[in-house]
Design a protein around this ligand. Structure first.
Ligand SMILES: Cc1cc2nc3c(=O)[nH]c(=O)nc-3n(C[C@H](O)[C@H](O)[C@H](O)COP(=O)(O)O)c2cc1C
Length: 251
């Protein structure tokens, strides 16, 4: 390792406070729909969170993403109309009490947030044969999702809320945003300052679904593979870590 590389690596050793900050950001990130404020987002902050998104990992270093910043009220109104159409259809897919509960949920902040952002994936960004995408064609889409998560976390660290709106026909987004055929709309996001961040996912607060126990999602050696006797202690550690995280004590 060269001296410069070593120096850089040592700079990257996070202080305990930085490490805690990272976990606090991850655990405190929320999908925001109902708490947006109309205040403008500072250009410097918006630039920084876009840089964070652009530094996401990507298959073959393909960087397949583009970022469409949507501020125009007319464009947002078109997207909101597309959401309303899809949401009416979606509500019909649930039965009885569940449908009633669904209709009561606020599932977007398209007109409330000052900025909307569409993150797209250009499937041809690096030509037809991409290192790492040769056997799993969807890896460019997954890479774009990594950019979304980077942006989401950076926004939370900056005190900004992000809400992902996926209840929209992709074809409607394609028309409204003039997307070429090769470009997939991966994420439509609402972005802005917030009155507050909820402590728990809104869907959990409203009794839609609970966070699952991590230990039920971790297996050994094969799907659903049980742990051996020696794994008990680790499983207990996971249980404790999840409990601590959810009671705000992990960091
Ligand atoms: C791919 C994706 C699509 C989503 N689409 C919507 C959506 O259309 N409307 C909505 O209100 N929330 C949407 N969400 C947010 C989830 O409901 C939210 O992440 C989940 O309930 C957990 O809450 P949290 O993000 O606050 O932890 C989406 C999240 C993801 C990752």
């Amino acid at each position: 390792m060269t001296e410069t590389a070593a120096a850089r690596q040592s700079e990257m050793t996070l202080s305990d406070q930085d490490r805690r900050g990272l976990y606090r950001t991850i655990l405190g990130r929320r999908d925001v729909r109902g708490q947006f404020l109309p205040d403008a987002i500072d250009d410097g902050v918006l630039a920084r969170i876009l840089v964070a998104a652009h530094h996401a990992p990507s298959v073959g270093f393909m960087q397949p993403w583009s970022f469409i910043i949507i501020r125009s009220p007319e464009q947002r109104a078109r997207v909101k109309a597309a959401f309303d159409r899809a949401n009416t259809e979606a509500a019909l897919m649930f039965d009885g009490e569940r449908a009633e509960k669904y209709r009561a949920l606020k599932l977007e902040g398209i007109l409330d947030a000052p900025v909307n952002l569409c993150i797209t994936c250009d499937r041809d960004r690096a030509g037809p044969v991409v290192l790492g995408r040769t056997h799993m064609a969807e890896m460019d889409l997954y890479s774009t999702v990594c950019a979304v998560e980077n942006l989401w976390l950076a926004a939370r660290a900056e005190g900004l809320g992000v809400g992902w709106v996926s209840i929209i026909e992709p074809a409607a987004l394609r028309t409204i945003l003039d997307l070429p055929e090769r470009v997939v709309p991966v994420a439509y996001l609402c972005l802005g300052k917030v009155s507050h961040f909820l402590a728990q996912p809104e869907l959990e607060n409203k009794g839609w679904r609970k966070r699952l126990p991590l230990e039920e999602l971790v297996a050994f050696d094969r799907f659903n593979g049980p742990g051996a006797a020696g794994d008990e202690a680790f499983i207990e550690r996971m249980r404790q870590a999840q409990q601590a995280a959810e009671s705000g004590e992990l960091v």
